[in-house]
Design a protein around this ligand. Structure first.
Ligand code: ATP
Ligand code: MG
Length: 381
């Protein structure tokens, strides 16, 4: 008998012929996070298992953040031959628990001498007889004693919800425009959750934005990378484009032109990274540069799809996700972003593309973009 973590995966289950590919990626990811705990990881019969970890709770927290994991359970593995011993163990696990319960048995070993309903009945009866303060409710139980009969018998009561999604790396690569705000880390999380490997670009305008603002973004990238298997973060010097735009372009288009520069630079970096899409934290109407017309003007300079997973979310909904994934507090630190430097008093909210293009005519776009790409500092977090 031993204690281990039993892991259930979600959507991968629905995959057909290419399920092994997804499972392989999931096993790799779980191995990666279990390694610091010395955990051994294996796949057997539609479940992943981790055993021999030095710190069970720590390892479970790490595994619960692996995209592709639906839920995990601290379980007891036993020899399946001795049903009385299994019932004794189940009763000892239910000790101290009060209220209603049921036994939920599943057999993948169809040669096992008892059917699932028989296991439910017999074990339920045994638990009732050998514990106090419990009664059976098979429709709405407060507690469930799960029994899985596979190569061994597995018993568990506690089920921990994990992040779900698909294993990182199975969905291609995309590049996130990561500000120090609340939205963009959440946007990165949402896309990474679908199995996408993320690299990130942050624009900073030293000395208008401080060293502490840059540190804050590195911290955010670290927090995101606990879900994403590491992030390559590019810190791009953005002072020169910003000063030039401020000096040479009509004020009302300043923010929009700045955003077009961000997109051009980010797509160059994405191409270098082998990424096929950009990700931003924009949502319709949040600020002037996020009206539909403004978004059309930004997209006009991007040679790849732009994913905006928060486009239909309210700020409060985004905050809830940020709290859940652990980026909210860092995002709230009060350091300036380059978007808040030189903000126009009356930005155009319904810009026409031809007017924006005309407003950019006096700029040497190519050399500004290339200098920013060349000056980018790469940090692996
Ligand atoms: P967030 O949207 O992350 O809360 P914010 O509200 O300060 O930050 P917005 O002005 O809403 O940023 O910018 C919209 C999007 O543009 C961000 O979600 C992010 O993807 C991108 N962005 C803004 N500023 C930067 C920056 N300094 N570096 C990289 N990307 C940025
Ligand atoms: Mg925003």
């Amino acid at each position: 008998m031993r204690q281990l973590i039993l892991i259930r995966y979600g959507e991968i289950y629905l995959k057909g012929l290419n399920r092994p590919y997804f499972l392989h990626a999931l096993v790799d990811r779980v191995k990666q996070v279990a390694k610091p705990f010395g955990g051994k990881v294996w796949l057997h019969d539609a479940r992943l298992f981790v055993s021999d970890m030095t710190d069970m709770e720590g390892c479970m927290t790490a595994v619960s953040r692996v995209f592709g994991v639906h839920s995990l359970c601290p379980a007891i593995e036993m020899d399946k031959a001795d049903f009385t011993a299994i019932c004794e163990q189940a009763a000892s696990m239910m000790e101290g628990i009060t209220g209603t319960f049921k036994v939920d048995a599943r057999r993948s070993d169809k040669r096992y001498p008892m059917t699932s309903p028989q296991i439910n009945m017999e074990m339920g009866g045994y638990i009732l007889e050998h514990t106090q303060g419990l009664s059976v409710d098979i429709h709405h139980p407060e507690h469930v004693m799960n029994v899985e009969i596979r190569d061994h018998a597995y018993l568990y009561v506690r089920v921990i919800e994990a992040v779900g999604g698909m294993p990182v790396g199975t969905g291609g690569k995309a590049t996130l425009l990561l500000s120090g705000g609340i939205d963009s880390p959440v946007a990165g999380y949402c896309i990474a959750k679908r199995g996408v490997e993320i690299s990130a670009v942050h624009f900073h305008s030293y000395p208008y934005t401080s060293e502490r603002a840059k540190e804050k973004v590195i911290t955010l990238a670290k927090q995101l990378s606990s879900y994403c298997c590491g992030i390559r973060l590019y810190i791009v010097p953005f002072t020169e484009p910003q000063l030039t735009i401020h000096e040479k372009c009509p004020e009302e288009y300043g923010t929009l032109i700045m955003r077009r520069f961000m997109m051009r630079i980010a797509s160059r970096i994405a191409e270098k990274e082998g990424a096929r899409a950009l990700i931003t934290g924009e949502s319709i109407g949040q600020v002037a540069s996020q009206t539909i017309e403004a978004l059309c003007c930004t997209d006009a300079v991007v040679p790849m799809p732009v994913f905006r997973p928060l486009i239909g979310n309210d700020k409060i909904e985004i905050i809830h996700i940020a709290e859940k994934i652990g980026t909210y507090e860092t995002s709230c630190l009060p350091y300036e972003d380059c978007c808040t430097v030189f903000t126009p008093r009356h930005p155009a909210t319904h810009p026409k593309l031809e007017n924006v293009e005309r407003a950019e005519q006096g700029l040497d776009i190519e050399s500004l973009v290339q200098a920013a790409v060349d000056g980018a500092e790469l940090i692996e977090v």
